[in-house]
Design a protein around this ligand. Structure first.
Ligand code: SAM
Ligand code: SF4
Length: 507
């Protein structure tokens, strides 16, 4: 796009404002021959009363919109300059007129929108002031500013007593009984690939020993274990028992604050699998319908019905496992506000301890896109309404938002939020999101995150190192075989790297 600035302004800041309305734009100061690109002109001046004035003109095709905003010298601005606030307001006003919408998250484009709120609260700004700064200087709509502050306050409460010697373990199970149309997670789903599961569990157990020895060598202790997917309950009863019994023979699961088996797909959940999970100390499972609209479930290829979800949920409840999470997606192709709100209402009636509401995300690699199946009539207004509804409805049902993140290509640029009843928060999710705890990860696609955490005030000194395992199960198994047969010196992948990281001079 063409961006012309007249006045003393940071060009990068103005570009980031423009990109809220024109994501992915590249910038030039002059016209490009033969191309019809958006044009933005920005001018700042001051008047005799000392007010900062911004004038913005935006042009797209033949439509031109203009806006003028003024910030008075006595206006309470904290972080930004008055001129930049005036420019932000003017760009948002012109952009709204030109494109018909206001981006709800203002100029916050990162994946963790509660981070800025957390920083402001930690600096002692207080809740009211922080909300005001988010609205006035980052241009969040009031609802999103309030959400960011709620999540940040809740996280601060949960992370008050973080122990630098505690850590978590993630176990990756990238297998599913079939592929859902919208999903681009790496996951093996065909019978030939599913037949690798036994071999895969062998490899996992090899890596489990490495992780446990690493934790011992570092003098750390495990706080949470998370078995995630894919769909971990794709493992049959025997395979699941083999995995869980090995975990519990290496780890005293009674000392964990949380042990999650992210079951997920209702069609993989059986009474016996839950019994096994409970026997080996699992405290949290997910039972995910995504939607309770059977027609949409069919469209998105979930291969289960709403009825299957209720059956699996009741089994989970009867198993005595402490926490049950339910994942939903707002803005699914073909879904609308009515169907989403009915789904959420029915889920809330079941009183799960956790509800996670995702915003539908178009993923390039997903089968639905590849097949161009025509199910992508993205009703972003309905998604926005659904997301707002989920935040109000859960609040009145006694849930609090406790972690949040945004993903690329989500409908309406909206967020994913985890809600919890008090004292049932999925702490692994918080550690994962906030990068305040080391997470050892084993299995294909697993990413170990070594975190040398420094408390608020010193967080700039926190060091993080990521160790990536092979992305696909086939590659992972091949690498495992090489290690097992001593080809690469049989060095465990975690121990050496972790010891080196934590003995770094900066420590
Ligand atoms: C890694 S998936 C695993 C869960 C489990 N396999 C299942 O499908 O129930 C975790 C969650 O991500 C969310 N998710 C997956 N693909 C998504 C997409 N394209 N847009 C939004 N959310 C998505 C779903 O809510 C899903 O339950
Ligand atoms: S949504 Fe869940 S069950 Fe479906 S393919 Fe993705 S990971 Fe597997």
């Amino acid at each position: 796009m063409i961006l012309k600035i007249d006045g003393d302004l940071n060009r990068y800041y103005v570009q980031s404002l423009c990109m809220v309305f024109f994501p992915g734009a590249t910038f030039s100061e002059s016209e490009l021959p033969g191309e019809e690109v958006p044009e933005v002109y920005v001018r700042t001046t001051a008047d005799g009363e000392g007010a900062d004035i911004a004038y913005v003109k935006m042009k797209l095709n033949d439509k031109v919109c203009e806006a003028t905003e003024r910030v008075m010298p006595n206006e309470d601005i904290t972080i930004a300059t008055r001129a930049s606030v005036a420019v932000g307001r003017a760009i948002f006003a012109a952009g709204k007129e030109l494109l018909g919408h206001i981006p709800p998250w203002g100029i916050l484009t990162g994946i963790r929108p509660a981070k800025i709120a957390g920083g402001l609260l930690a600096d002692g700004r207080g809740i009211i002031r922080t909300k005001k700064i988010l609205r006035d200087e980052y241009f969040l709509n009031p609802q999103k500013a309030a959400l960011a502050v709620s999540v940040a306050s809740q996280e601060a409460k949960l992370l008050k007593k973080i122990d630098r010697k505690s850590c978590s373990l993630y176990v990756s199970i990238p297998f599913c009984p079939s592929r859902c149309a919208y999903c681009s997670f790496v996951s093996y789903t065909t019978p030939r690939l599913l037949s690798l599961i036994d071999e895969y569990v062998d490899a996992l157990l090899f890596d489990l020993t490495d992780a446990v020895e690493t934790i011992k060598a570092l003098g750390m202790h495990l706080e949470t274990v998370y078995i995630g997917g894919g769909t971990p309950t794709t493992l049959d009863e025997k395979q699941l028992e083999r995995l869980l019994s090995a975990i519990s023979s290496h780890i005293d699961t009674s000392l964990l604050t949380e042990f999650t088996l992210e079951a997920g797909r209702p069609d993989t959940i059986t009474e016996r699998k839950l019994e096994i999970a409970k026997k080996y100390g699992v405290t949290r499972v997910s039972v995910n319908p995504q939607t309770l609209n059977d027609e949409i479930l069919r469209e998105i290829g979930r291969k289960h019905t709403a009825e299957d979800f209720f059956r699996a949920f009741e089994l989970a409840r009867a198993s005595g496992i402490r926490d049950i999470n339910v994942d939903l997606i707002a803005g699914l192709p073909g879904d609308d506000f009515k169907s989403f709100s009915e789904t959420l209402d029915r889920v809330i009636e079941l009183s799960p301890t956790n509800i996670t509401v995702h915003t539908f995300c178009v993923k390039k690699a997903s089968d639905a896109l590849r097949n161009n199946s025509g199910i992508y009539s993205l009703a972003s207004q309905d998604a926005a309404k659904s997301i707002s509804y989920s935040q109000i409805k859960t609040k009145f049902a006694g849930y609090k938002p406790y972690y949040m993140y945004r993903q690329k290509n989500s409908v309406g640029n909206l967020e994913n939020v985890g809600f919890s009843l008090d004292a049932h928060e999925g702490m692994y999710n918080v550690y994962m999101m906030e990068e305040v705890q080391t997470i050892f990860a084993i299995g294909a696609g697993a990413v170990t995150k070594l975190v040398d955490y420094r408390a608020p005030g010193e967080e700039g000194k926190t060091r993080i190192k990521r160790i990536f395992r092979e992305k696909y199960p086939y590659e992972y198994l091949r690498e495992h075989e090489r290690r097992r047969t001593n080809d690469v010196g049989a060095k465990p992948p975690l121990l050496e790297a972790a010891v080196e990281f934590f003995s770094d001079d900066n420590n």
